[in-house]
Ligand binder design. Structure first.
Ligand SMILES: [Zn+2]
Ligand SMILES: [Zn+2]
Length: 396
């Protein structure tokens, strides 16, 4: 069977994949600074004799393999690390102070290079083209959007895309995802409440932005609880308040920051609109003025194509047994794979990496985050299965 062959070939490449992953893990790079990482990807593709284009969206790389005629599909990995000081006890610990691959993007890159190796060995039999997309800046920099804007899904046109994320909630040897929305639309929020400062003993001569900020925060809680269908999940969290320095001074202004999450783009936009209306009108009622901004890059929801998830479930079932492939609940985390899946049918899947025996129990973005590396060949195998299966389909 081809699927078990692909699994065996991925397992045979395990040490090669782990060595790449560990090199990446030792040298984490933050968004749009993945130069060393990008170079390793390019060197590895060259070694595999896979042509590529580099320098897309700063550090992005797209490799191409296959036998030309037929459909074109894409496999995607992200390359950036996080500004976290690593505390995990691994021998290949981060050598860069304050930076860590705490979201497993080192594994994603290494697994996709593994798939490149496995697929290259059977390139003649691939009836079409596989694009290997290595993108920068998943962690808030919308590298996926920049890659997509740069045209990586065109020439030839990609008809479907697949991506993996290490998933610490699932044990090694399993996969999980779901039909439809898997991850949330996510964006940032800034509110500045302008008042009039003065002596705290004479509040009648001031316009107090602190009390107004408290009212705004309280009122924002009713948008999700009172205005949204209870079956439609969303989050508005105010995560930071800054205003004032002294016991006896009413400050000029108070700044609030927070995050907005929703499972679809319409709801996300509705939340933005209602946050703006609520903050400005509550502030106006208190004679203050609120400025509302949505900085950074809002990520759309990551929506899996239903039919593709069916296909991936079957392929993953061939690799690990169908009872180890799970339909899991949607999460309010954001993911910029969404920018690709907005353009073409996509499927984004969680790869189980949890293993108590090796301490791989912490969540992503935790300083103790650790991956059970035994899972990595499975990720490589599923990438390869997706490509081989997609290119054996009649042209869409
Ligand atoms: Zn992350
Ligand atoms: Zn991630």
């Amino acid at each position: 069977m081809i699927w078990s062959d692909l699994r065996r070939e991925a397992e045979a490449a395990k040490n090669w994949i782990l060595s790449l992953r560990r090199q990446l893990h030792k040298h984490p790079e933050l968004m749009y600074e993945e130069f060393r990482t990008s170079q390793l990807v390019q060197d590895t593709l060259s070694e595999l004799q896979i042509p590529f284009e580099a320098g897309i969206a700063e550090t992005g790389v797209v490799g191409t393999l296959g036998s030309g005629d037929g459909p074109c599909i894409a496999l995607r990995a992200d390359m950036d690390a996080l500004p976290i000081q690593e505390a995990a006890d691994v021998e290949f610990r981060s050598e860069v102070d304050g930076k860590m691959h705490a979201c497993g993007h080192d594994c994603h890159t290494a697994m996709l290079l593994g798939a490149a190796k496995v697929l290259k060995q059977r390139e003649e039999s691939l009836k079409g083209t596989v694009k290997l997309i290595f993108q920068p800046a998943e962690e808030g920099g919308a590298g996926g959007k920049r890659m997509s804007d740069a045209g990586v899904l065109a020439n030839p046109n990609v008809s479907r895309i697949f991506g993996l994320h290490v998933w610490p909630m699932l044990p090694t040897g399993t996969f999980g995802s779901r039909a439809g929305t898997f991850l949330a639309a996510a964006g940032e929020l800034d509110i500045t409440i302008h008042g009039r400062g003065g002596h705290a003993a004479m509040p009648h001569q001031c316009i107090d932005p602190v009390v107004t900020a408290a009212k705004v925060i309280t009122e924002l809680q009713t948008i999700v609880s009172r205005e949204l269908d209870p079956m439609n999940s969303a989050v508005i969290s105010i995560t930071s308040i800054h205003g004032g320095e002294a016991y006896n001074v009413i400050p000029e202004q108070v700044k609030l920051q927070g995050t907005i999450r929703a499972l679809d783009t319409d709801t996300f936009q509705m939340l933005q609109k209602r946050i703006e209306e609520t903050a400005t009108q509550i502030a106006a009622a208190a004679q203050c003025r609120a400025e509302v901004a949505f900085p950074g890059n809002a990520y759309p929801a990551t929506v899996n194509d239903d039919a593709l998830w069916e296909t991936v479930q079957e392929l993953a079932g061939e690799l690990v047994g169908s009872d180890h492939v799970h339909e899991i609940p949607a999460l309010m985390g954001g993911e910029d794979f969404a920018f690709f899946a907005e353009q073409v049918p996509g499927c984004f899947v969680g790869l189980g990496i949890r293993n108590e025996d090796c301490g791989a129990t912490y969540s992503v973005h935790h300083p103790m985050f650790k991956v059970d590396e035994d899972a990595l060949p499975l990720g490589t195998a599923l990438h390869a299965c997706f490509a081989v299966h997609s290119l054996s389909q009649p042209t869409e």
